[in-house]
Design a binder for this molecule. Structure first.
Ligand SMILES: Nc1ncnc2c1ncn2[C@@H]1O[C@H](COP(=O)(O)OP(=O)(O)O)[C@@H](O)[C@H]1O
Ligand SMILES: [Mg+2]
Length: 342
Protein backbone atom coordinates (compact mmCIF):
# COMPACT_ATOMS: atom_id res chain seq x y z
CA UNK A 1 0.00 0.00 0.00
CA UNK A 2 1.51 3.31 -0.97
CA UNK A 3 -0.44 5.23 1.65
CA UNK A 4 -1.55 3.98 5.05
CA UNK A 5 -4.61 6.17 5.08
CA UNK A 6 -6.01 4.66 1.90
CA UNK A 7 -8.98 2.36 2.42
CA UNK A 8 -7.81 -1.25 2.58
CA UNK A 9 -10.16 -2.58 -0.07
CA UNK A 10 -9.49 -1.29 -3.56
CA UNK A 11 -12.72 0.19 -4.97
CA UNK A 12 -12.35 -1.90 -8.14
CA UNK A 13 -13.22 -5.05 -6.20
CA UNK A 14 -16.34 -3.60 -4.65
CA UNK A 15 -19.64 -4.59 -6.22
CA UNK A 16 -21.67 -1.96 -8.04
CA UNK A 17 -24.53 -0.94 -5.84
CA UNK A 18 -28.03 -0.49 -7.11
CA UNK A 19 -30.04 2.68 -6.62
CA UNK A 20 -31.87 1.49 -3.53
CA UNK A 21 -33.56 4.74 -2.79
CA UNK A 22 -35.24 4.88 -6.16
CA UNK A 23 -35.79 1.28 -7.19
CA UNK A 24 -38.39 0.90 -4.47
CA UNK A 25 -40.64 3.33 -6.30
CA UNK A 26 -42.28 2.16 -9.55
CA UNK A 27 -39.40 1.66 -11.82
CA UNK A 28 -39.58 2.84 -15.42
CA UNK A 29 -38.79 0.26 -18.08
CA UNK A 30 -36.59 2.49 -20.16
CA UNK A 31 -34.92 5.86 -20.20
CA UNK A 32 -37.53 7.11 -22.63
CA UNK A 33 -40.34 6.05 -20.33
CA UNK A 34 -38.58 7.66 -17.41
CA UNK A 35 -38.22 10.88 -19.33
CA UNK A 36 -41.80 10.93 -20.47
CA UNK A 37 -42.94 11.02 -16.88
CA UNK A 38 -40.67 13.95 -16.03
CA UNK A 39 -42.78 17.03 -15.67
CA UNK A 40 -41.66 20.52 -16.41
CA UNK A 41 -41.28 22.31 -13.14
CA UNK A 42 -44.04 24.83 -12.52
CA UNK A 43 -41.96 26.68 -9.95
CA UNK A 44 -41.91 30.45 -9.82
CA UNK A 45 -38.38 30.37 -11.27
CA UNK A 46 -39.50 28.21 -14.20
CA UNK A 47 -42.39 30.54 -14.96
CA UNK A 48 -40.21 33.63 -14.65
CA UNK A 49 -37.65 32.08 -17.01
CA UNK A 50 -40.29 31.27 -19.58
CA UNK A 51 -41.82 34.71 -19.28
CA UNK A 52 -38.60 36.65 -19.71
CA UNK A 53 -37.25 34.44 -22.51
CA UNK A 54 -40.48 34.78 -24.46
CA UNK A 55 -39.37 38.36 -25.12
CA UNK A 56 -36.06 37.25 -26.66
CA UNK A 57 -35.88 36.72 -30.40
CA UNK A 58 -34.70 33.21 -31.25
CA UNK A 59 -31.69 34.15 -33.38
CA UNK A 60 -28.04 33.21 -33.03
CA UNK A 61 -26.07 35.63 -30.86
CA UNK A 62 -29.15 37.46 -29.61
CA UNK A 63 -28.81 39.73 -26.55
CA UNK A 64 -30.47 38.57 -23.35
CA UNK A 65 -32.22 40.80 -20.82
CA UNK A 66 -29.96 39.67 -17.94
CA UNK A 67 -26.76 38.16 -19.28
CA UNK A 68 -24.49 36.37 -16.83
CA UNK A 69 -21.99 34.96 -19.33
CA UNK A 70 -20.97 36.38 -22.68
CA UNK A 71 -18.52 34.88 -25.16
CA UNK A 72 -17.03 36.74 -28.13
CA UNK A 73 -15.04 35.33 -31.01
CA UNK A 74 -13.91 32.26 -29.11
CA UNK A 75 -11.88 29.93 -31.29
CA UNK A 76 -10.03 26.75 -30.50
CA UNK A 77 -8.12 24.85 -33.14
CA UNK A 78 -6.55 21.43 -32.92
CA UNK A 79 -4.04 21.13 -35.73
CA UNK A 80 -5.89 22.17 -38.87
CA UNK A 81 -9.31 21.56 -37.36
CA UNK A 82 -11.38 24.29 -35.74
CA UNK A 83 -13.16 22.62 -32.81
CA UNK A 84 -14.80 25.79 -31.48
CA UNK A 85 -15.69 28.95 -33.38
CA UNK A 86 -18.26 30.86 -31.35
CA UNK A 87 -18.95 34.33 -32.64
CA UNK A 88 -21.21 35.65 -29.90
CA UNK A 89 -23.18 33.90 -27.20
CA UNK A 90 -25.01 35.31 -24.21
CA UNK A 91 -26.32 33.14 -21.40
CA UNK A 92 -29.30 34.40 -19.45
CA UNK A 93 -28.98 34.44 -15.66
CA UNK A 94 -31.13 32.14 -13.53
CA UNK A 95 -32.36 29.88 -16.31
CA UNK A 96 -31.49 26.41 -17.61
CA UNK A 97 -29.77 26.60 -20.96
CA UNK A 98 -29.15 23.37 -22.89
CA UNK A 99 -26.24 23.12 -25.28
CA UNK A 100 -26.95 20.45 -27.86
CA UNK A 101 -25.29 19.27 -31.03
CA UNK A 102 -23.85 16.19 -32.68
CA UNK A 103 -20.84 14.34 -31.37
CA UNK A 104 -17.69 16.29 -32.03
CA UNK A 105 -19.58 19.60 -32.33
CA UNK A 106 -17.22 21.21 -29.81
CA UNK A 107 -19.48 21.33 -26.78
CA UNK A 108 -17.04 19.87 -24.29
CA UNK A 109 -14.17 21.91 -25.69
CA UNK A 110 -16.28 25.06 -25.32
CA UNK A 111 -17.03 24.13 -21.69
CA UNK A 112 -13.34 23.57 -21.05
CA UNK A 113 -12.44 26.95 -22.50
CA UNK A 114 -15.05 28.86 -20.52
CA UNK A 115 -14.04 27.22 -17.24
CA UNK A 116 -10.30 27.68 -17.68
CA UNK A 117 -9.40 24.06 -18.40
CA UNK A 118 -8.25 24.81 -21.91
CA UNK A 119 -6.94 27.90 -23.68
CA UNK A 120 -8.45 29.32 -26.85
CA UNK A 121 -6.47 30.43 -29.88
CA UNK A 122 -8.43 33.65 -29.68
CA UNK A 123 -11.48 35.19 -28.15
CA UNK A 124 -12.76 36.66 -24.93
CA UNK A 125 -15.56 36.00 -22.51
CA UNK A 126 -16.80 37.45 -19.30
CA UNK A 127 -18.79 36.19 -16.38
CA UNK A 128 -20.78 38.63 -14.25
CA UNK A 129 -19.14 41.39 -16.25
CA UNK A 130 -15.65 40.21 -15.36
CA UNK A 131 -13.28 39.01 -18.06
CA UNK A 132 -12.29 35.41 -17.47
CA UNK A 133 -10.11 34.79 -20.51
CA UNK A 134 -6.75 33.39 -19.41
CA UNK A 135 -7.92 32.84 -15.82
CA UNK A 136 -7.13 29.50 -14.16
CA UNK A 137 -9.84 26.93 -13.52
CA UNK A 138 -9.53 27.32 -9.75
CA UNK A 139 -9.98 31.07 -10.05
CA UNK A 140 -12.92 30.67 -12.40
CA UNK A 141 -14.56 28.42 -9.80
CA UNK A 142 -13.87 30.98 -7.10
CA UNK A 143 -15.65 33.52 -9.26
CA UNK A 144 -18.74 31.34 -9.12
CA UNK A 145 -18.66 29.34 -12.33
CA UNK A 146 -18.08 25.61 -11.87
CA UNK A 147 -18.26 22.60 -14.10
CA UNK A 148 -18.85 19.09 -12.90
CA UNK A 149 -16.15 16.47 -13.13
CA UNK A 150 -16.18 12.81 -13.72
CA UNK A 151 -15.13 10.71 -10.84
CA UNK A 152 -11.48 10.01 -11.58
CA UNK A 153 -9.69 6.88 -10.45
CA UNK A 154 -8.01 8.79 -7.63
CA UNK A 155 -11.30 10.25 -6.42
CA UNK A 156 -13.02 6.88 -6.55
CA UNK A 157 -10.59 5.69 -3.87
CA UNK A 158 -11.82 8.35 -1.50
CA UNK A 159 -15.08 8.16 0.38
CA UNK A 160 -18.11 10.14 -0.68
CA UNK A 161 -17.60 12.59 2.19
CA UNK A 162 -13.90 12.99 1.43
CA UNK A 163 -14.81 13.84 -2.16
CA UNK A 164 -17.05 16.58 -0.88
CA UNK A 165 -14.45 17.98 1.50
CA UNK A 166 -11.86 17.96 -1.23
CA UNK A 167 -14.18 19.92 -3.51
CA UNK A 168 -14.38 22.67 -0.90
CA UNK A 169 -10.61 23.00 -0.56
CA UNK A 170 -9.03 25.89 -2.35
CA UNK A 171 -5.64 24.34 -2.79
CA UNK A 172 -5.66 20.66 -1.99
CA UNK A 173 -2.01 20.34 -1.08
CA UNK A 174 0.31 17.42 -0.55
CA UNK A 175 -1.19 16.68 2.84
CA UNK A 176 -4.52 15.93 1.32
CA UNK A 177 -4.99 12.57 2.97
CA UNK A 178 -3.65 13.77 6.28
CA UNK A 179 -6.03 16.71 6.32
CA UNK A 180 -8.98 14.52 5.45
CA UNK A 181 -8.44 12.02 8.25
CA UNK A 182 -7.30 14.52 10.86
CA UNK A 183 -9.45 13.99 13.96
CA UNK A 184 -9.37 17.62 15.05
CA UNK A 185 -10.91 19.69 12.34
CA UNK A 186 -10.50 23.39 12.15
CA UNK A 187 -13.58 25.59 12.15
CA UNK A 188 -13.60 25.83 8.37
CA UNK A 189 -13.23 22.10 7.93
CA UNK A 190 -16.03 21.48 10.38
CA UNK A 191 -18.29 23.87 8.56
CA UNK A 192 -17.37 22.22 5.28
CA UNK A 193 -18.22 18.80 6.70
CA UNK A 194 -21.60 20.07 7.87
CA UNK A 195 -22.26 21.65 4.51
CA UNK A 196 -21.18 18.44 2.75
CA UNK A 197 -23.62 16.37 4.79
CA UNK A 198 -26.43 18.79 4.11
CA UNK A 199 -25.82 18.66 0.34
CA UNK A 200 -25.40 14.87 0.42
CA UNK A 201 -28.71 14.46 2.17
CA UNK A 202 -30.38 16.56 -0.51
CA UNK A 203 -29.04 14.08 -3.07
CA UNK A 204 -29.93 11.10 -0.87
CA UNK A 205 -26.26 10.18 -0.63
CA UNK A 206 -25.84 10.84 3.08
CA UNK A 207 -26.21 7.16 3.95
CA UNK A 208 -23.28 6.50 1.62
CA UNK A 209 -20.97 9.13 3.04
CA UNK A 210 -18.40 6.60 4.22
CA UNK A 211 -18.59 4.39 1.13
CA UNK A 212 -15.89 4.59 -1.50
CA UNK A 213 -17.02 6.90 -4.28
CA UNK A 214 -15.91 4.14 -6.64
CA UNK A 215 -18.58 1.81 -5.28
CA UNK A 216 -21.45 4.09 -6.33
CA UNK A 217 -23.68 3.25 -9.28
CA UNK A 218 -23.55 5.33 -12.46
CA UNK A 219 -26.45 7.50 -11.37
CA UNK A 220 -25.13 8.04 -7.89
CA UNK A 221 -21.78 9.11 -9.33
CA UNK A 222 -23.54 11.75 -11.38
CA UNK A 223 -25.29 12.97 -8.26
CA UNK A 224 -21.99 13.08 -6.40
CA UNK A 225 -20.47 15.08 -9.25
CA UNK A 226 -23.24 17.63 -8.89
CA UNK A 227 -22.98 17.59 -5.12
CA UNK A 228 -19.23 18.25 -5.28
CA UNK A 229 -19.77 21.24 -7.55
CA UNK A 230 -22.20 22.73 -5.04
CA UNK A 231 -19.55 22.80 -2.32
CA UNK A 232 -18.17 26.02 -3.81
CA UNK A 233 -21.56 27.82 -3.74
CA UNK A 234 -21.55 28.48 -7.47
CA UNK A 235 -23.63 31.12 -9.22
CA UNK A 236 -23.48 29.11 -12.41
CA UNK A 237 -23.07 25.38 -12.83
CA UNK A 238 -22.08 23.64 -16.04
CA UNK A 239 -23.01 19.99 -16.51
CA UNK A 240 -21.55 17.91 -19.34
CA UNK A 241 -23.87 15.02 -20.16
CA UNK A 242 -25.31 14.68 -16.67
CA UNK A 243 -27.39 11.65 -17.68
CA UNK A 244 -24.71 9.61 -19.40
CA UNK A 245 -24.54 6.16 -17.85
CA UNK A 246 -27.47 6.78 -15.55
CA UNK A 247 -30.05 4.03 -15.34
CA UNK A 248 -33.69 4.91 -16.06
CA UNK A 249 -34.66 4.70 -12.41
CA UNK A 250 -32.50 7.66 -11.54
CA UNK A 251 -33.12 9.82 -14.59
CA UNK A 252 -36.21 11.51 -13.19
CA UNK A 253 -34.59 12.36 -9.91
CA UNK A 254 -31.49 13.67 -11.67
CA UNK A 255 -33.56 15.96 -13.88
CA UNK A 256 -35.51 17.06 -10.83
CA UNK A 257 -32.25 18.01 -9.15
CA UNK A 258 -31.12 20.04 -12.15
CA UNK A 259 -34.40 21.96 -12.13
CA UNK A 260 -34.00 22.50 -8.39
CA UNK A 261 -30.64 24.21 -8.99
CA UNK A 262 -32.41 26.74 -11.21
CA UNK A 263 -35.24 27.06 -8.69
CA UNK A 264 -32.60 27.85 -6.04
CA UNK A 265 -31.42 30.77 -8.17
CA UNK A 266 -28.49 29.19 -9.98
CA UNK A 267 -27.76 29.52 -13.67
CA UNK A 268 -27.42 26.13 -15.35
CA UNK A 269 -25.72 25.36 -18.66
CA UNK A 270 -25.85 21.69 -19.59
CA UNK A 271 -24.86 19.49 -22.49
CA UNK A 272 -27.25 16.66 -23.17
CA UNK A 273 -27.91 14.26 -26.02
CA UNK A 274 -31.33 13.19 -24.98
CA UNK A 275 -33.95 15.39 -26.63
CA UNK A 276 -36.61 14.46 -24.10
CA UNK A 277 -34.46 15.69 -21.28
CA UNK A 278 -33.68 18.89 -23.14
CA UNK A 279 -37.31 19.51 -23.95
CA UNK A 280 -38.44 18.83 -20.42
CA UNK A 281 -36.07 20.86 -18.36
CA UNK A 282 -34.45 23.56 -20.43
CA UNK A 283 -35.67 27.12 -20.69
CA UNK A 284 -33.46 27.94 -23.66
CA UNK A 285 -31.62 25.76 -26.16
CA UNK A 286 -28.37 26.54 -27.97
CA UNK A 287 -27.37 24.32 -30.89
CA UNK A 288 -23.76 23.78 -31.86
CA UNK A 289 -22.49 22.07 -35.01
CA UNK A 290 -18.92 21.97 -36.27
CA UNK A 291 -17.81 24.39 -33.59
CA UNK A 292 -20.37 27.09 -34.39
CA UNK A 293 -23.63 28.07 -32.80
CA UNK A 294 -26.23 27.35 -35.48
CA UNK A 295 -29.44 28.11 -33.61
CA UNK A 296 -30.80 29.21 -30.26
CA UNK A 297 -34.27 29.70 -28.86
CA UNK A 298 -36.96 28.21 -26.64
CA UNK A 299 -36.89 24.38 -26.67
CA UNK A 300 -40.09 23.78 -28.62
CA UNK A 301 -39.23 26.28 -31.35
CA UNK A 302 -35.61 25.20 -31.75
CA UNK A 303 -36.46 21.55 -32.04
CA UNK A 304 -38.88 22.22 -34.88
CA UNK A 305 -36.35 24.29 -36.77
CA UNK A 306 -35.25 22.54 -39.99
CA UNK A 307 -31.65 23.77 -39.72
CA UNK A 308 -31.51 22.31 -36.23
CA UNK A 309 -33.01 19.06 -37.31
CA UNK A 310 -30.45 18.81 -40.10
CA UNK A 311 -27.53 19.79 -37.90
CA UNK A 312 -28.46 17.82 -34.86
CA UNK A 313 -30.44 14.86 -35.98
CA UNK A 314 -28.63 14.34 -39.27
CA UNK A 315 -29.65 11.11 -40.95
CA UNK A 316 -32.14 10.40 -38.19
CA UNK A 317 -34.16 13.50 -38.92
CA UNK A 318 -37.42 11.69 -39.52
CA UNK A 319 -37.02 9.41 -36.55
CA UNK A 320 -39.58 9.82 -33.85
CA UNK A 321 -38.23 11.81 -30.92
CA UNK A 322 -39.38 9.08 -28.57
CA UNK A 323 -36.96 6.63 -30.12
CA UNK A 324 -33.91 5.46 -28.24
CA UNK A 325 -31.96 5.63 -31.49
CA UNK A 326 -31.67 9.38 -30.95
CA UNK A 327 -29.45 8.76 -28.01
CA UNK A 328 -25.81 9.14 -28.80
CA UNK A 329 -24.42 5.65 -29.54
CA UNK A 330 -21.74 6.04 -26.87
CA UNK A 331 -24.35 7.03 -24.30
CA UNK A 332 -26.59 4.18 -25.36
CA UNK A 333 -23.70 1.72 -25.03
CA UNK A 334 -23.04 2.99 -21.51
CA UNK A 335 -26.73 2.71 -20.65
CA UNK A 336 -26.78 -0.85 -21.89
CA UNK A 337 -23.63 -1.76 -19.98
CA UNK A 338 -25.23 -0.30 -16.88
CA UNK A 339 -28.34 -2.33 -17.54
CA UNK A 340 -26.35 -5.55 -17.85
CA UNK A 341 -24.72 -5.07 -14.48
CA UNK A 342 -28.06 -4.96 -12.74
N1 LIG B 1 -7.33 17.57 -27.01
C1 LIG B 1 -7.75 17.43 -28.27
N2 LIG B 1 -6.88 17.24 -29.28
C2 LIG B 1 -7.30 17.12 -30.57
N3 LIG B 1 -8.58 17.19 -30.94
C3 LIG B 1 -9.50 17.37 -29.98
C4 LIG B 1 -9.14 17.52 -28.61
N4 LIG B 1 -10.27 17.70 -27.87
C5 LIG B 1 -11.28 17.68 -28.75
N5 LIG B 1 -10.83 17.50 -30.01
C6 LIG B 1 -11.64 17.46 -31.24
O1 LIG B 1 -12.45 18.62 -31.24
C7 LIG B 1 -13.74 18.33 -31.75
C8 LIG B 1 -14.78 18.72 -30.73
O2 LIG B 1 -14.74 17.79 -29.65
P1 LIG B 1 -15.65 17.91 -28.37
O3 LIG B 1 -15.54 19.28 -27.84
O4 LIG B 1 -15.31 16.81 -27.47
O5 LIG B 1 -17.11 17.69 -28.98
P2 LIG B 1 -18.48 17.34 -28.28
O6 LIG B 1 -18.31 17.51 -26.82
O7 LIG B 1 -19.47 18.28 -28.87
O8 LIG B 1 -18.80 15.92 -28.66
C9 LIG B 1 -13.74 16.85 -32.11
O9 LIG B 1 -13.47 16.71 -33.47
C10 LIG B 1 -12.62 16.31 -31.26
O10 LIG B 1 -12.05 15.17 -31.87
MG1 LIG C 1 -18.60 16.18 -25.22
Amino acid sequence: MPDETLPETPPETLPETTENDVTEVTEPESTVEALESVERSDSAAAKAAEHVLATVEPTVGVSKPDTILVADGVQRRFGGMTAVDVDHLEVQRGVITALIGPNGAGKTTFFNLLTGFDKPNQGSWSFEGKSLAGISAAKVARNGMVRTFQLTKALSRLTVLQNMQLAAMDNPGENLFASLVKPLWSGTEKRNAEKALEILSRFKLDAKKDDFAGSLSGGQRKLLEMARALMTDPTMIMLDEPMAGVNPALVQSLLGHIQALRDDGMTVLFVEHDMHAVRHISDWVVVMAEGRIVAEGPPAAVMQDQAVVDAYLGAHHDTDLGDDSLLDPAVLARLEAEEEKR
